[in-house]
Ligand binder design. Structure first.
Ligand code: EPU
Length: 431
């Protein structure tokens, strides 16, 4: 990737912004079209590279996909004949694991490359496989590809050893057309799980309890075609909320579900920003002379503070007075952005799952890297709040999950452009 984001910090962000469809709901729902027995249409699909990869995977497998208008896509997966996901495409994305559940549900067999995605440490799929086994499937791994197979899927009881979003979704996929009742206990409660269940139920599935820790799925034979709008992205909204606060601006963030943002709003208020909630929007602003104050945060599964907002909030905490303690034990590797923030003057010490952030009041622009998707969002926030110029490399990570982030920031008065750097390949080889 030779493009980088170039940001000149210092402008407070002001105005209105419209949030796109939720990435983590969309990747699950797009994979779920494999279970649909008729063509269906999805609205509010975000234009991000994780979705382009999902579409490419489905097309290579034989699905007919048409972009009807911006963010509206039709899917006809009925022509897919083989339950095999193309290796190179799927390897780059965590959500490719969802094809295990959907292909198993439809074909009783799936070949899926071991999923990739953000490098947040070891990301095993043991709980996904456990769920499939509970419904009667067997699995093995050969040459980097996971193979699951069964003669028939039968409803069963699944108890997850810990809360996992991906395995909860895959368990639902396998159970939707299984014979009988599946009970999923210790299920994840994230908003996108509820959205996925709503999508499947609108097609005729029988899923109850999504959004609680016990989900019951009674198998059905047939799912009909529908038109469905994906929920707004909680994390994209949260990212712009932090951006508004960090630049001491005033932004109305539209097309959101304020309830999904409560844990984020609560932390922002504690730090000193003002958050006003409306039916489908939130306004975040900072009153003149406000001094941001330290706060401590621990990431938790929903409805706790999301791990996907940790790098962004930590960036804001570098601008606060005092020492904040941030604990993130959902993934091993969620503090890799700290080395980049230090280049901008942040004072952060990381010990395992804990970051100790000594507020420094302000940041200074520097060349930095997006080490993963949310880390990249944190760099954008840091760059917009910093004095001087910040150049962000490896922006493909950011574009996996944020639709038109540079244009959205510019519309709010931020100075951010995507610029082509012809020399960056040479740097990559020699550097
Ligand atoms: N885990 C296992 N075994 C499993 C499944 C998970 O050990 O079989 C572990 C993971 O390694 C992790 C923890 O359990 O330590 C939680 O993982 P989870 O399964 O909940 O995460 P995920 O499904 O892989 C989704 C999001 C992530 C988000 C997490 C947590 C998608 C496509 N990804 O990942 O989003 O951080 O839930 O909320 O939905 C992002 O959008 O930037 C992103 C990384």
């Amino acid at each position: 990737m030779m493009d980088k984001y170039v940001i000149r910090g210092g402008n407070p962000l002001n105005g209105e912004i419209v949030i796109s469809g939720a990435k983590n709901a969309a990747v699950a729902i797009v994979a779920a079209t494999i279970l649909c027995d008729e063509p269906c249409v999805l609205e509010n699909v975000p234009e991000i590279s994780d979705i382009s990869i999902c579409l490419k995977i489905l097309r290579e497998m034989g699905a007919k996909i048409n972009v009807l208008s911006k963010n509206v896509i039709s899917f006809d997966t009925t022509a897919i004949k083989h339950p095999t996901v193309p290796y190179e495409l799927a390897r780059s994305m965590r959500a490719s694991s969802y094809f295990l559940g959907t292909l198993l549900g439809r074909f009783h067999e799936a070949y899926v490359p071991m999923p990739g995605g953000c490098d947040l440490g070891d990301r095993p799929i043991d709980q996904h496989l456990k769920a499939f086994r509970c419904l009667g499937a067997e699995d093995d791994m050969h040459a980097g590809t996971v193979h699951v197979k069964c003669d028939n899927l039968y409803g069963g009881n699944i108890y997850f050893d810990f809360i996992t979003v991906g395995a909860t979704i895959n368990a639902i996929f396998a159970a939707v057309k299984a014979k009988g009742l599946t009970v999923i206990e210790n299920a994840a409660k994230e908003p996108h799980i509820v959205d996925l269940a709503n999508f499947l139920n609108s097609m005729g599935a029988d899923i109850r309890g999504a959004g609680t820790d016990v989900i019951k799925v009674r198998g059905v034979d047939y799912l009909k075609g529908i038109t469905y709008a994906i929920i707004p992205d909680q994390i994209e909204a949260g990212t712009y909320m932090v951006m508004a606060a960090a630049t001491r601006g005033d932004v109305m963030i539209k097309n959101v579900i304020p309830k999904h943002l409560e844990s984020i709003s609560a932390k922002l208020r504690k730090i000193g920003a003002k958050v006003e909630e409306f039916d489908e929007s939130v306004r975040v602003y900072v009153e003149p002379n406000t001094k941001f104050v330290k706060t401590s945060v621990r990431t938790m599964p929903h409805p706790g503070f999301p791990t996907d907002m940790q790098p962004q909030l930590s960036t804001l905490l570098t601008l606060a007075e005092g020492t904040s303690i941030v604990t993130d034990d959902i993934f091993e590797n969620r503090f890799r952005y700290v080395a980049e923030l230090r280049r901008m003057g942040a004072d952060i010490l990381v010990d395992g799952k804990v970051a100790i952030i000594q507020g420094v009041g302000h940041l200074a622009g520097a060349p930095v890297k997006a080490t993963d998707l949310r880390a990249g969002a944190a760099m954008v926030i840091a760059g917009l709040a910093a004095d001087g110029e910040t150049i962000i490399d490896d922006i493909h990570h950011i574009e996996r999950g944020y639709e038109n982030i540079d244009a959205k920031v510019r519309a709010l008065g931020g100075d951010m452009v995507r610029r082509y750097y012809p020399d960056s390949n040479v740097q990559a080889i020699t550097g």
